[in-house]
Design a protein around this ligand. Structure first.
Ligand code: AMP
Length: 197
C-alpha cells in the first residue's frame, strides 16, 4: 500500500498515519520528521533547513525530493509507505511520479483531510500544551507567527497538489473535523473503496 495523506498543518495527518502504520505494517515517511532529525543531528541538510523550517516556510523541492528518493529505497519501504507532509508542491508531486515510475510502482490512494481552517490554530495550541504536559519539547514552528506562514504556504503551494491528484481522479476527501475514530473509519472506507485488485 502506497498512500499519501494531504491536509494543512494540524489536520491530523500524523495521528492518522500512526494508526495506519500499525494497521498495514508499513512505515510513515514524514518529511517534517526527517528534516527535524537532520536539524537535530546537525547534518548539512539540517543546517540548511533549520531557519526555513523555524520560520514556517517550505524547504526547497530538491532537498525534500532527495530525502524521499533515498528513504523509499530502504528495505522497510519495500512493502509500501504512508507519505505524511509530502508532496507539498506540484513540483514535488511530479518528482514523486517520476521516482515511482522509475521503480515501476504506483500510488494506491491520495487522501485529503478536509478541515475548518479557523480551528487549526487551536489544534496546534493544544498540541503544544499536551507536549509540555508530557515533558516533551515543543516544535520551534508551533507558534502563532510561524503557523500563519505555514498555513499561507499550504494555501499557495500545497492546495494545488490536491488539484493535481483530483485531476487524475486519485483524490479522496475525508472530513478531518470528525472525532479521531470517525476519521479513521472514513479513511479505511476510502482505502477499501480504492483497493486495487
Ligand atoms: P511538518 O512536520 O510536516 O509540519 O513540516 C515541518 C516543516 O518542515 C515545514 O513547515 C517545512 O519547513 C518543512 N517541510 C516538511 N516537509 C516538507 C516538504 N515536503 N516540502 C518542503 N518543506 C517541508
Amino acid at each position: 500500500m502506497r498512500l499519501i495523506l494531504l491536509g494543512p498543518p494540524g489536520a491530523g495527518k500524523g495521528t492518522q498515519s500512526a494508526r495506519l502504520v500499525n494497521k498495514y505494517g508499513i512505515p510513515q515517511l514524514s518529511t517534517g520528521d526527517m528534516l527535524r532529525a537532520a536539524v537535530a543531528a546537525g547534518t548539512p541538510i539540517g543546517r540548511a533547513a533549520k531557519a526555513v523550517m523555524d520560520s514556517g516556510s517550505l524547504v526547497s523541492d530538491d532537498i525534500v525530493l532527495g530525502i524521499i528518493a533515498e528513504r523509499i529505497e530502504q528495505p522497510d519501504a519495500a512493502k509500501g509507505f504512508i507519505l505524511d507532509g509530502f508532496p507539498r508542491t506540484v513540483k514535488q508531486a511530479e518528482g514523486l511520479d517520476k521516482l515511482l515510475a522509475d521503480k515501476h510502482l504506483s500510488l494506491d490512494a491520495v487522501i485529503e483531510l478536509k478541515v475548518n481552517e479557523a480551528e487549526l490554530l487551536g489544534r496546534i495550541e493544544k498540541r503544544v500544551k499536551d507536549t509540555l504536559a508530557a515533558g516533551g519539547t515543543v516544535r520551534a514552528d508551533d507558534n502563532a507567527e510561524a503557523f500563519k506562514i505555514r498555513l499561507d504556504a499550504y494555501r499557495e503551494m500545497t492546495a494545488p497538489v490536491s488539484a493535481y491528484y483530483a485531476g487524475r481522479g486519485e483524490l479522496k476527501a475525508v472530513d478531518g473535523m470528525a472525532p479521531i475514530e470517525t476519521v479513521s473509519a472514513a479513511i479505511d472506507h476510502a482505502l477499501a473503496a480504492g483497493q486495487r485488485v
